[in-house]
Design a protein around this ligand. Structure first.
Ligand code: NGS
Length: 480
């Protein structure tokens, strides 16, 4: 098929089939959200009536909407029964208890439908992206064909030195190919962020066997999340240890989980550390309430490097991973610098299907990323992915490069790194002296990209000096 014919066909399918399917699914999701909200509200009203003292004897005083913002006062003498709309215009008279049971079943069905339609919409979005990329590629090909044709016409029509035309046109083509290549690599202009409304469906719900069995699942979106962002690097507070423990109900080892419901996500936050006690205190003061508001079941593990050897951030991650698995069989790990604080509660600290670079915007970069493949600061990785890529490299002593090596490992696995919307994945970095980059980091990176010998969890060697469950975190004191 000629490429412009193919292009037309793809564009038609994208605009008339896929976008239409997506519109219908989005409408269906909105209807489901409305339905869920209406049923939840009714459930809450019935619970209130059941719990209100004396309501059964005195009845219920309420207001009825007559339309156009006119209300009349009304009195319901008998609140023991209620008419429920069961669909198709049928209403059923039920006792309040029966109505609650009906509403619970109905809400469960609506939530299952919502999850189905979220899956469908993710699939269609994937297809749209695929066709969009294919169209871009075809348009690129057509551009090159058109450019060559113009050059041939030019040569034919003008009587000039052919060798010079060839030279100039080759130079022009090289520049034309290089500009987008360089822009794409160093400037973050086209990175596909996960939008805020899609975050919940991108998360993978791993829960361990220790999760309480006799309470309900926590809601999909935690009701404790706060929408306003007050955090700035200048106003990060520190609280006494006991106050943090009390505020977030933290157990020994820096473990916490919701009391009233079963968490949907279990996660371990691994923090590499040396000589930054103020930052660690600020981190713990901020992160415990933050993770608690997200209704996560989590543990904070601090891996402290002792001795004089240069700091080896990635090796500390390997140690944190290995030692934590001896405590809990957790499937989701977040490897996190001590000086980074997330500004937004909707930046949920659970794993996504793909590895995730946690920040899309940081105050010190004026809320822009320096380059597209950046994997520093904080990443969320599934246990299976960590094992498949043999963890991190142990060979990066000193500042820099180990995160670029991680990025290469992820690519070698055939995975891509994702990020949340910058409005959500926005961070503050606590101020500190900038580090001197390690001289050999580029050599190590280069060697690692070509090497066949193993380097990672399978070759990890370290000395565990102390392993202790402290009130706010699990400490691993190690020498590398
Ligand atoms: C790159 C480093 C990364 C580092 C990133 C951002 O140059 O390790 O800068 O650094 N890679 C190498 O040096 C090979 S930052 O601006 O956050 O200090 O993460």
């Amino acid at each position: 098929m000629a490429s412009n014919e193919k292009l037309e066909k793809y564009e038609h399918y994208l605009n008339n089939v896929l976008r239409e399917d997506l519109r219908l699914i989005v409408e269906e999701r909105e209807r489901l959200y409305e339905d869920i909200a209406a049923h939840s509200q009714l459930r809450q009203t019935i619970t209130c009536i059941l719990e209100a003292p004396g309501c059964a004897e005195e009845g219920l005083r309420t207001q009825v909407d007559l339309g156009s913002n006119f209300y009349v006062q009304a009195h319901v003498p008998d609140t023991s029964r209620i008419f429920i709309n069961i669909g198709l215009g049928f209403h059923l008279e039920l006792t309040l208890q029966e109505a609650l049971e009906f509403l619970d079943k109905k809400l469960a069905i609506l939530n299952t439908r919502l999850a189905d339609s979220s899956k469908k919409s993710a699939k269609i979005k994937g297809q749209i992206k695929f066709f969009y990329e294919a169209i871009k590629e075809l348009q690129g090909q057509q551009g090159v064909i058109a450019y060559c044709a113009t050059m041939v016409e030019l040569v034919k029509s003008v009587n000039v030195n052919l060798a010079r035309v060839w030279l100039v046109s080759s130079l022009l083509s090289i520049i034309l190919w290089l500009v987008p290549l360089l822009l794409g690599k160093y400037v973050d202009i086209t990175f596909p962020y996960i939008h805020r409304e899609d975050i919940m469906q991108e998360l993978v719900g791993f829960v361990g066997p220790t999760e309480s069995q006799n309470v309900d699942w926590c809601p999909i979106v935690s009701p404790l999340l706060q929408d306003t962002v007050h955090l700035m690097s200048s106003n990060v507070e520190v609280l006494p240890e006991e106050e943090i423990v009390k505020k977030s109900d933290v157990q020994e080892g820096g473990v916490s989980k919701p009391k009233s419901c079963k968490s949907r996500y279990q996660v371990v936050v691994v923090v590499p550390y040396r000589n930054r006690s103020t930052h660690l205190h600020q981190f713990l003061t901020y992160m415990h309430p933050f993770l608690t508001r997200q209704q996560l079941h989590y543990r904070i593990v601090v891996v402290e490097q002792s001795g004089e050897a240069a700091f080896n951030r990635a090796k500390l991650f390997n140690i944190g991973f290995t030692e934590t698995l001896k405590l809990d069989q957790v499937d989701c790990f977040i490897f996190h610098d001590v000086d980074l604080l997330p500004r937004h509660d909707y930046n949920i600290y659970a794993c996504t299907h793909n590895p995730r670079h946690m920040y899309s915007a940081v105050d010190i970069f004026r809320y822009h990323l320096p380059y597209r493949g950046l994997a520093g600061g904080a990443v969320a990785l599934q246990r299976s992915h960590i094992l498949a890529m043999d963890g991190f490299s142990n060979r990066f002593f000193g500042w820099g490069g180990e995160d670029d090596d991680l990025n290469a490992r992820i690519h070698r696995l055939g995975l891509v790194m994702v990020r949340f919307d910058p409005a959500v994945a926005s961070y503050v970095m606590l101020t500190h002296k900038s580090e001197t980059p390690a001289q050999d980091r580029f050599t190590t990176l280069w060697e690692n990209s070509r090497k066949v010998e193993k380097d990672g969890l399978s070759t990890l060697e370290y000395k565990l000096i102390e392993k202790k469950e402290k009130p706010l975190y699990t400490l691993l004191l190690v020498s590398c």
